[in-house]
Ligand binder design. Structure first.
Ligand code: PMP
Length: 414
């Protein structure tokens, strides 16, 4: 017997535990569902994945090629944390053209808009601070604020989004740091906050003292109706709203390119947090995106994508009545990627998911999107990843998966 085997005194001590903040925040249930549904035969309404066949692969490849042959030393080199000036200039012009005057120095390029959420949580949230979110809310925002140690509270709302009166009450009572909102084609519901409510939300922020994080990855994907102005563009909210943008849904998510527009002090704090996170967003991706914007008509591309997504939205709306149990309700988003449905009382979409996945189709149960008490009868459907034909087949399978199974029908009536 060797010394190492015989002497417990030399057994390794336990390593110290993980930080409390990571022990208290769950992994994303959407990622878990994606793992289960990775089988190619599964029709996936769960993922939130833009349609890959609509990526402008040729245009993006040409942009990378141009950058790597034209300016390889710059494209492959370290760069500033704030982001490539040529990209920030193009983003500033696009933002200004949409009604919010913006200069390149108002922007910080981020590694996806998801990183902006982490940076803002670091810059704005002390452990124990209160953060207000929508009900239901984008999942990975709940994670970002949870990891920062926030106390996350949901603002009551309805089919149009947050209720400004309830928001005002909560702000007075709970003294929150910030409100996080996705006012246009929200994830998970697809709903859009009307202009008058945006004005009322901005007024609450001005009157009571509140940061607003306005996350807008989907706004450009409008199929119908009028564009609603950003909260960030309203006079009341200008000095206290951070606007987040992303190329994920209009160009491709694999580029990991997002940006934030924030007042100077906050933007600088985010830049310091970003230095600690990743120094800067990949130079080659930033330059390729700027090249793409210079050589292509992104708005034309987005219009083509929106047209395709519109017919997919219409396909899911046409098939839902036959797929969901009688008494179910759902909305009709004017853009974006998601639709929100509610099955009749008594249904639990988390419990139903395994039997649905056995029919090779998947959705995301609504419960994890709620910061407060969940409505377990709800579910999110992403309608853009599949063609209208596949959506029809997916809904047929969903109908089968949700139909009362042998256990239920064997239960004696009454
Ligand atoms: N915000 C919202 C509301 C989202 O739905 C997503 C992506 N699903 C993100 C932010 C993150 O997007 P990305 O990091 O790819 O820009």
């Amino acid at each position: 017997m060797t010394v190492a085997e015989s002497t417990p005194a030399h057994a390794p001590a336990h390593v110290p535990p993980l930080a409390a903040r990571v022990r208290s925040v769950e992994g994303s249930p959407v990622r878990d569902i994606l793992a289960v549904t990775a089988r190619p035969e599964v029709i996936n309404f769960a993922g939130g994945l833009p349609a890959p066949e609509l990526f402008d692969t040729e245009g993006i490849a040409a942009a990378y090629q141009a950058v790597l042959t034209g300016a390889p030393a710059q494209a492959l080199q370290y760069a500033t944390t704030e982001g490539e000036p040529v990209l920030r200039a193009a983003l500033a012009a696009r933002t200004s053209a949409r009604g919010l005057p913006t200069g390149p120095d108002d922007l910080l390029v981020t590694t996806g808009s998801q990183q902006a959420l982490s940076l803002l949580a670091t810059a704005l949230v002390e452990p124990g601070d209160t953060v207000l979110v929508e009900n239901p809310c984008y999942l990975a925002a709940l994670q970002a604020f949870g990891l920062a140690g926030a106390r996350v509270l949901a603002v009551p709302g309805d089919a149009d989004g947050v209720d400004p009166v309830a928001l005002d009450d909560l702000v007075v009572r709970e003294r929150p740091q910030l409100l996080y909102t996705v006012p246009t084609f929200q994830n998970p519901t697809g709903r859009t906050l009307p202009a008058d409510r945006r004005a009322a939300v901005a007024a609450v922020a001005a009157r009571r003292g509140l940061w607003i994080i306005e996350d807008d990855p989907y706004g450009e994907l409008r199929f119908e109706g009028e564009r609603v102005p950003w909260i960030a563009s309203l006079d009341d909210a200008r000095d206290r709203t951070v606007l987040l943008g992303s190329f994920s849904k209009v160009m491709a998510p694999g580029l990991r390119l997002g940006w934030l527009r924030a007042p100077r002090e906050l933007r600088r704090a985010c830049a310091v947090a970003k230095q600690a996170a990743d120094l800067h967003t990949p130079t080659v991706n930033q330059l390729a995106a700027a090249r793409y914007l210079a050589d292509n008509d992104l708005d034309g591309h987005v219009a083509r994508v929106a047209t395709a997504y519109r017919s997919r939205r219409d396909a899911i709306l046409a098939g839902l009545p036959a797929a969901l149990p009688d008494g179910s309700v759902w909305n009709r988003p004017e853009g974006g990627m998601f639709l929100w449905a509610r099955l009749p009382d008594g249904h639990d979409t988390t419990a139903l998911l395994p039997q649905v996945v056995r029919h090779d189709v998947a959705y995301v149960p609504g419960a994890p999107f709620y910061a407060g008490v969940p409505d377990r009868a709800t579910l999110r459907l992403c309608f853009v990843t599949q063609t209208p034909e596949e959506i029809g087949e997916g809904l047929r399978r969903l109908g089968e998966g949700l139909a009362p199974g042998p256990t239920r029908s064997a239960t004696p009536a009454g």
